[in-house]
Design a protein around this ligand. Structure first.
Ligand SMILES: [Zn+2]
Length: 159
């Protein structure tokens, strides 16, 4: 056993957003992992800033926890890309698209669906975590035509 960090983690850290602001982001897939508490999954969407002269190509880290109590955030996330959650006749809701889930381990799950490659807008603000400067998603701007949902304008408080 060795203690270390992966090249992927180092590259990701280098490539993170370095300034607060409202950005257009492109959705480049989910990279799900078990949440630290083990009882839920973080979807870890890859969100890449586009069209910003300074932050272009940088990623906005966002864990996007998935469970009943955080579903409103997942739904807000879907709306940010101008899409609606799928809903069956019984009122069950789901992320539009499909998942291949070859095992219980979320890191093996693969998403395909209409979110892929879409763009949306979110606001990022600076904060601190364990003494380090981090950037948090404060709000995801709804782009769903005709939406009457009151989305949170401070997800940091809600999380
Ligand atoms: Zn909405």
């Amino acid at each position: 056993m060795k203690m270390g960090v992966s090249k992927q983690e180092l590259d990701d850290a280098k490539n993170r957003v370095t300034k607060g602001g409202t950005y257009t982001v492109s959705f480049q897939g989910f990279f799900p992992k078990k949440a630290k508490n083990g009882s839920s999954v973080n979807l870890n969407p890859r969100l890449v800033i586009i069209g910003d002269p300074e932050q272009n190509g940088k990623e906005v880290p966002y864990s996007l926890n998935f469970q009943t109590s955080t579903w409103f955030m997942v739904e807000n996330f879907i709306h940010m890309f101008g899409l609606k959650a799928d809903e069956d006749g019984q009122g069950n809701k789901s992320i539009p698209g499909d998942w291949i889930q070859p095992s219980e381990d979320p890191t093996t799950w693969k998403y395909t669906g209409p979110l892929q490659g879409r763009t949306g807008k979110l606001e990022v603000v600076p904060g601190t975590y364990n003494g380090k400067e981090v950037f948090n998603v404060k709000q995801m701007l709804c782009a769903l035509p005709g939406c009457t949902e009151k989305h949170s304008d401070n997800l940091i408080k809600a999380a």
